[in-house]
Write a protein that binds this ligand. Structure first.
Ligand SMILES: [Ca+2]
Ligand SMILES: [Ca+2]
Ligand SMILES: [Ca+2]
Ligand SMILES: [Ca+2]
Length: 402
């Protein structure tokens, strides 16, 4: 009798555990998995004809290939078709093609404050991380290639265009990578606005910028277009990728793409998010350098995301930089913090690797760059690593010293 009661309790306990584990995912699937765009990962080695046949089998329409992760983006007509697709033995996974967002912090009455100044000013963030102390030594991040995966970069900005060497529009490859929002141009200017007599100056004012337009005029886009942007960056020799964008959803395809980029030596920098909560994706992936946002007093912004995934902090409150067209604007967000780090990465890549060459291959690898930036950062908050500032405020000048 005792034994039977025990088994009943055990089974009940097991059922409870199973329900507990399954339920969160199940409810998420119910609300989101109703057809629409999916990132469909096929078994390795499957040929195109076989893939096409599977897509037809569920009444889907192929939108694009993402070879980097062995996937296709497919428009699926219904939830039932998605479930059917998942049962096919040649399908590894069906991921949601979630929406990703530019991480600009929008206050109550948000309006990009546009001011055009007659002479060049040194933005406070560039000064705070001591980038301006690096340039007199001859290091202006030239010709390090930095890919800005964002809303594009202005194609006619007098403070940017000499550094913009190319780009792509992954939303529609027949269309321009020109910025129709302003966010991407702002991020690009923080990395590498020109050191001349107008406007602003970036962290690495002679870095080569590449506009990878994956977000639309409203500052949002499909994850698949961002992943295609990562693929483009790898194919075109980017050394650094800045992603001032993110999503709350942890999608395996996104993680795989970021890991693949890092695996080929690309340094991936990402904004932590602006909800004041935990770090979002891709910043939360261990393969990305996650950046939180600080103000002029080196205090974390109340809205900056935080957590054990934060690697570094950088200026992100009231940052003046280039904007769409020929404009300038003051914006806030972890979107503005990440490019201070991406620019610092570009400066470090232009120095000898020296003692940081842990794997002794004679060149910088992403972990080595990150380690040096962390070692040379200004510790803030609690002594040593903490969840608000990571290893501290990035310092470009200290990071380029031997
Ligand atoms: Ca300074
Ligand atoms: Ca300038
Ligand atoms: Ca190395
Ligand atoms: Ca600290």
């Amino acid at each position: 009798m005792k034994k039977i009661i025990f088994s009943v309790i055990s089974i009940a306990a097991m059922l409870g555990l199973v329900l507990f584990v399954i339920q969160p995912n199940f409810s998420a699937a119910q609300t989101k998995d109703d057809g629409g765009r999916k990132i469909v990962v096929f078994k390795v080695g499957l040929n195109d004809a076989a893939k096409d046949e599977i897509v037809r089998w569920v009444g889907g329409a192929k939108l694009k290939n993402i070879g980097l992760i062995g996937a296709e983006v497919i428009q699926i007509p219904s939830r039932a078709a998605t479930e059917k697709l998942k049962t096919h033995p040649d399908i590894v996974r069906v991921d949601e093609d979630v929406e990703v967002f530019a991480l600009q912090y929008r206050e109550g009455n948000f309006r990009a404050e546009r001011i055009t100044r007659s002479s060049q000013s040194l933005p406070w963030g560039i000064d705070q991380i001591d980038a301006e102390l690096v340039w007199p030594g001859g290091n202006t991040a030239n010709p390090v290639k930095v890919g800005i995966i964002d809303t594009g970069i202005s194609n006619n900005h007098p403070d940017l265009t000499a550094n913009v060497k190319g780009g792509v529009n992954t939303i529609n490859p027949r269309k321009s990578w020109n910025d129709d929002n302003g966010h991407g141009s702002h991020v690009a200017g923080i990395v590498a606005a020109l050191n001349n007599t107008i406007g602003v100056v970036g962290v690495g004012p002679a870095a080569d910028l590449y506009a990878i337009k994956a977000l639309n005029a409203a500052g949002s886009g499909y994850l698949s277009d961002v992943i295609e942007g990562i693929q483009w960056a790898m194919t075109n020799g980017m050394q650094v990728i800045n992603m001032s964008l993110g999503t709350d959803s942890d999608i395996q395809s996104f993680h795989d793409a970021v890991a693949a980029a890092k695996g080929t030596g690309v340094v991936v920098v990402a904004a932590a998010g602006n909800s004041g909560g935990s770090v979002i994706y891709p910043a939360a992936y261990p393969e990305a350098i996650a950046v939180s946002a600080t103000d002029k007093n080196n205090v974390i912004a109340s809205w900056s995301n935080r957590g054990p995934e934060i690697d570094l902090a950088a200026p992100g409150v009231s940052i003046y930089s280039t904007y769409k067209g020929t404009g300038y604007a003051t914006l806030s967000g972890t979107s503005m913090a990440a490019p201070h780090v991406a620019g610092s990465v570009a400066l470090v890549l232009n120095t000898p690797v020296g003692g940081y060459d842990v794997n002794l291959n004679g060149k910088w690898d992403p972990d080595e760059v990150q380690k040096k930036l962390q070692d040379r950062a200004l510790d803030l908050g609690k002594t040593g690593f903490d969840n608000l500032y990571g290893w501290g405020l990035v310092n470009a000048y200290k990071a380029v010293q031997p």
